[in-house]
Design a protein around this ligand. Structure first.
Ligand code: FES
Ligand SMILES: [Fe+2]
Length: 355
């Protein structure tokens, strides 16, 4: 199914999880989640081992969940603590609990081998912890399409000229080449558009009206976290590539969670280096991004539908596809590595692209 299991995936924002039982679907599995009285979040298999009724249809009693069919009861780590009608609670009736980490207002769940779950590997960036940056949790975009199409769109700066003509792009970037490089876990695709009219987003947020230099750096942390660093600065400022903080700089973050092969949730938020502490700026950016994301959604859902039909020809690949091509290759390698027992020496992930 092209899912990478051994990774942390976002289930939602901290504020989304309260004491009530909620269901979260990811990687074709169903989880039941709730915030225990200790404040920790529990994520359990949403399936009673008896007749397979989803436990989310039962009820929470203290820090346990009682099945809504015959009352078998499970604690917050999945241990069966009651079987009505008998005295024993065999360990074979325990259900799976998934590791959960809550960090920076984001809730992550580990879907793979529990022995490999390492909280140190949860995505983080210095700007989350800096007073120079304003962090704002946005929304959850639901898309009826495969997650690989969503993520490849997030390592593809070339689409903005055509898909987002009123917000993130305009005609002046249509023919600007895309650069791509990779390191072990990150694929970066980027380009600068120098001395061109500001795009809609930076007219609204940044108040640029003359010519600007604009950048888009799409940093894709495998398997499905995108950090899009974009911004603008007046052209006469002669901004060097590494001096982007001199301009109005925004990081749009996308935590893409595959639900199943036909459905994906993109949990999106942003960080910015200006208008810190201003809720009105957060609302304005949410509105601009939502407009852009609805444009992506229309494209991606139509592409997914077209992919389900008989294909009369081989797909065509073009020069601006460097980012998506590298991304799909890296995902194939990760999925193969998870699904194969290598009894010899481990194979190093040697594929590194640099143009
Ligand atoms: S289905 Fe859950 S106790 Fe019977
Ligand atoms: Fe887009």
């Amino acid at each position: 199914m092209d899912f990478v299991n051994n990774s942390w995936y976002v289930a939602g924002w901290s504020k989304d999880f309260k004491s009530n039982i909620t269901t979260v679907e990811m990687l074709s599995q169903s989880l039941v989640m709730f915030r225990a009285t200790s404040g920790e979040i529990s994520a359990l298999e949403d399936r009673c081992p008896h007749r397979l009724l989803p436990l989310s249809m039962g009820k929470r009693i203290g820090d346990t969940i009682q099945c809504g069919y015959h009352g078998m009861t499970f604690d917050k780590v999945g241990k069966c603590v009651r079987v009505p009608g008998q005295a024993n609670t065999p360990a074979r009736a325990d259900i799976r609990a998934f590791p959960v980490v809550e960090k920076n207002g984001i809730v992550w769940v580990w879907m793979g081998d529990p022995d490999l779950a390492d909280a140190e590997n949860v995505f983080d960036m210095p700007e989350f912890h800096s007073d120079d940056w304003h962090m704002h949790h946005g929304g959850h975009l639901h898309l009826k399409c495969h997650y690989l199409n969503v993520v490849e769109n997030l390592v593809d700066p070339a689409h903005v000229s055509f898909v987002h003509p009123t917000t993130l792009g305009n005609a002046s970037s249509e023919d600007v080449p895309v650069h791509v490089s990779t390191s072990e876990n990150v694929i970066r695709a980027w380009r600068w558009i120098r001395n061109a009219p500001a795009v809609g987003f930076f007219k609204e947020f940044g108040n640029f009206h003359g010519h600007v230099d604009r950048w888009h750096y799409y940093n894709l942390h495998l398997p499905s976290t995108a950090v899009i660093d974009f911004g603008s600065i007046a052209t006469e400022e002669n901004c060097a590539e590494e001096d982007r903080d001199r301009g109005v700089r925004v990081f749009a973050l996308h935590f893409v969670t595959p639900v199943d092969e036909h459905y994906t949730i993109d949990h999106w938020m942003h960080l910015r280096n200006s208008a810190r502490g201003q809720d009105s700026a957060s609302e304005k950016i949410d509105g601009l991004l939502e407009t852009a994301f609805q444009e992506d959604k229309a494209i991606l859902e139509a592409v997914h539908k077209a992919e389900q039909r008989v294909q009369p020809r081989k797909p065509v690949r073009i020069a601006i596809d460097k980012g998506p091509n590298v991304y799909r290759k890296r995902i194939r390698d990760l999925v193969d590595a998870e699904n194969t027992e290598h009894l010899g020496d481990p194979i190093a992930p040697a594929f590194v692209y640099k143009d």
